[in-house]
Design a protein around this ligand. Structure first.
Ligand SMILES: Cc1cc2nc3c(=O)[nH]c(=O)nc-3n(C[C@H](O)[C@H](O)[C@H](O)COP(=O)(O)OP(=O)(O)OC[C@H]3O[C@@H](n4cnc5c(N)ncnc54)[C@H](O)[C@@H]3O)c2cc1C
Length: 456
């Protein structure tokens, strides 16, 4: 690495240090390349500070409360006094280091990465402007800028103290009442957490079901559970206007009474700005929502992109998986390209909703000869013992006799999913899965029942 005046010259510049960017920069530097990692906010990206990690800490706390509330049914009496202060303190002190990334910066520096603070913009192939400082990258640039929360263009909402995930993870108190806009994974996770800590939660979903990317059975079961926990779930709604009077929000709904709450949270999608990144310098479309890449994550000659902006799945595990492939390509190691037929997705609600590969609808739309099989967790011995709801659903490509998709909903749905990810990833013949021994009495034993149920 050379530094002259305001210019830094390296072999590779990584723009945005999300989970993948951090891993990739570390690997390249350890392999001997000179690397600059450029970050405008916090090294590590959304996941450790505003997303996966703090939200799962909140969910862990909310799940403990829910378990305690099951004590009277199964084990005796409990005196329960929820205290959000402990959750907020854990998120601040243990999880995010008070939103301080010094440990991550030091780790990168120790690996040999030059960490540059600032917002990068490509000005020419291999050249970046970082808040007035020029960074030249002789071998190439890797983009890992992630996305920002989008606030929907509801008249009256802009300028109000509405929460996105970034404010919600910093909440030091539970709002008395909360409207969550968006019934995808993020909205559902936050809705259940705050409801379990005592907020009166209304969940507004434009789509006609929760978790529309998942099997309809998953969203239906979650809606039932939410209703049982007192969450007011409204699907198929259109919000026409918003007002905030300094204490309460009011949202007008098309064709029904307005809803009010002391807090509104939006979880209605993410946005990215390709023009601000300057990808036009490589001849790429700056009006696009992301960057198109090939199986080695190449976007153009000397330009790679990883993470949410590639559209392969907005998950930390995708960002890190792609980082490994892009690093191998940059280092000239060869190796297999990225494949996405077995991307696992977990929504950490209770019940936990895991899925992999194609949904039934997607498999049919792809023209496959589809066979499906299902089993209820409550019909399994472990489900009966736990008094748990959930399901396994399998999607088979009947022509090839392999699973192309699967869903696992239940108390540990994301963990049970692991077995199904192996099956879909390795395309294990369904006949071979039927010969497997499933431990008794586990939740994953319901997979065996779902295999028996496979039919056209
Ligand atoms: C509430 C919530 C919960 C989630 N939970 C999970 C979960 O449980 N599991 C899971 O797998 N995924 C989860 N996700 C998704 C996950 O957070 C992302 O997929 C993950 O962070 C990977 O994103 P990324 O690598 O694309 O970049 P990001 O993590 O978004 O990081 C990109 C970084 O680039 C920086 N940057 C952007 N532009 C520039 C620029 N021009 N110059 C310099 N720096 C720049 C940003 O400041 C940011 O730090 C969740 C998301 C949300 C919102």
């Amino acid at each position: 690495m050379r530094v002259s005046g305001t210019e830094i010259s390296v072999e590779v510049a990584v723009v945005g240090l999300g989970p993948g960017g951090e891993a990739l920069a570390t690997r390249l530097a350890r392999a001997g390349l000179s690397v600059a990692g450029i970050e405008s906010r916090l090294v590590g990206g959304e996941c450790p500070y505003y997303a996966c990690v703090p939200t799962k800490a909140m969910i862990r706390a909310a799940d403990v409360l829910a378990e305690a509330r099951r004590v009277p049914d199964l084990a005796g009496e409990v005196d329960l006094r929820p205290d959000w202060g402990r959750v907020a303190a854990r998120v601040r002190d243990e999880i995010t280091d008070d939103w301080n990334d010094q440990v991550a910066v030091d780790r990168l520096a120790a690996a040999g990465v030059r960490v540059v603070r600032g917002r990068a913009r490509i000005t020419a192939p291999g050249v970046l402007d970082v808040d007035g400082q020029v960074v030249r990258a002789s071998r190439g640039i890797v983009l890992n800028p992630g996305t920002d929360p989008a606030v929907p263009p509801i008249p009256g909402l802009a300028g109000t103290p509405v929460w996105t995930n970034r404010e919600a993870v910093r909440a030091t108190a539970v709002p008395a009442s909360l409207i969550v806009i968006g019934g995808g994974p993020v909205g559902c996770e936050f809705a259940q957490v705050f409801a379990r800590f005592g907020a009166a939660v209304t969940l507004l979903q434009a789509n006609d079901r929760l978790l529309p990317q998942d099997e309809p059975e998953s969203g239906a079961l979650l809606a039932e559970r939410f209703a049982a926990e007192g969450i007011d779930v409204r699907t198929g709604v259109r919000i026409t206007a918003a007002r905030y009077d300094g204490e309460r929000f009011t949202l007008d709904l098309d064709g029904t009474e307005p809803v009010t709450a002391t807090q509104v949270m939006v979880a209605a999608g993410r946005r990215s700005d390709m023009a601000a990144l300057g990808i036009g310098a490589y001849g790429l479309d700056e009006s696009a929502r992301g960057v198109t890449v090939d199986e080695h994550l190449r976007a153009a000659d000397g330009l790679w992109a990883i993470g949410d902006i590639t559209g392969a799945g907005a998950f930390t595990h995708i960002s890190m998986y792609q980082a490994g492939i892009a690093a191998a390509d940059i280092l000239g190691e060869g190796g297999p390209g990225a494949e996405y037929h077995a991307v696992p997705r977990v929504t950490f609600t209770d019940p936990e909703i895991g899925s992999v590969g194609l949904s039934e609808a997607a498999a049919r739309a792809a023209g496959l000869t589809v066979r499906t099989g299902s089993a209820q967790i409550s019909a399994s011995t472990r489900g009966f013992l736990h008094k748990a709801e959930g399901l396994i659903k399998l999607i088979e490509d009947a022509d090839r006799g392999v699973l192309v998709g699967a869903t696992s909903v239940g108390p540990t749905g994301g963990e049970v999913l692991g077995a199904l990810v192996v099956a879909v990833h390795a395309q294990v013949p369904v006949d071979r899965l039927r010969q497997m021994i499933y431990a008794y009495p586990t939740f994953h034993r319901a997979i065996e029942a779902a295999l028996s149920d496979l039919r056209g």
